[in-house]
Design a protein around this ligand. Sequence first.
Ligand code: PHB
Length: 392
Amino acid sequence: MPAERTRVAIVGAGPAGLLLSHLLEAAGIDSIVLDRRSREEIETTIRAGILEQGTVEILDSVPGSRARTVGHRHDGIELRFAGEGHRIDFSALVGRSVWLYPQHEVLKDLIAARLAAGQDLRFGATVDRVEGAETNTPRVIGMSSDGEPLEIAADFVVGADGSRSAVRNSVMGTRAGAFREYPFAWFGILCEAPPSSAELIYSNSPNGFALISQRSETVQRMYFQCDPDADANAPSEAELWETLQARVPGTALIEGPIFQRDVLRFRSFVAHELRRGRTALVGDAAHTVPPTGAKGMNLAVADVILLSRALQALLLEDDERGIDAYAEAALRRIWKAQHFSWWMTSMLHAAPDAGDFDRLRQLGELRSVVDSEAGRTYLAEAYTGWPLQTEL
Ligand code: PHB
């Protein structure tokens, strides 16, 4: 079977893969994007909600992006503990903000823009493996949406295919990474109700963590810490509201019908190798973070900005310096974000084996942050996003 040809084969039509194909096209580099999921599945799966300012700025280059029109700017968050709320005022501290704009809306914008530009975007296409990673013509092997064998030869292959990445498994190996598991998970709900609070509330309560987030004027997203083995279908709606209300003392949550519930397990992971020969990993294929710091999608965008620069130099000027520097440059931000996500998680959740000392120390830690301008500024800087590196 003769292989099809493209310059960059991108596996995964999530935020990372789609944004990369957009940035490459703007530089005149064609690509094929493959995803095993259907367009509908991609556009309806509810995931993250917070965009860093730098993420919104890069999305401004996508024709039709609604991040600024449908999304909402948030200039701060609240940390709640020991019965008190403390606002972290991002605009006053660092002059930056974040946007609440759900990931599936970002994906709708990116898919519409890619299709309008005539992008070769294939849904329902499965990738089994990559061959020839260390040659100048790596190949993606899999199956097309109609069950036919698929083989694409490229100048470069990118794994943007999520935490169970087929590209990573086939090129870098299945167990190749540094990781940490957590003894808790998040129980997430979507409900029909107006917002209970103008900004997000991150609450450390004696009963465990809760996060009051939002999706729109009429739909709210809320989470509470639960056991990783919890059954999402077990609690009644009344029990869910009782748990949530108890964890944000001082705020009366506005209740409404709960129409989706899920249990999200936490993992911190960084692949040992982000690049081998003419393959590289971006986004969740390269790393996963617990959701507490809202870093997942933003980190994927930062990887993609670096990789797109490196691929432009490699493919347009035959300059390998950028691609040789990609992993190290990406890892600097990845490990800062890993630390921030771990820190927010450990500071706000109740570990199942925590004793009095741990609990009181944690309140001391939270006070060290909110009582100090330096502490609040560190949190605001990390949450709104460190400056994006665009040059390698
Ligand atoms: C969300 O709205 O889904 C969300 C917001 C902030 C986080 C995590 C998730 O830290």
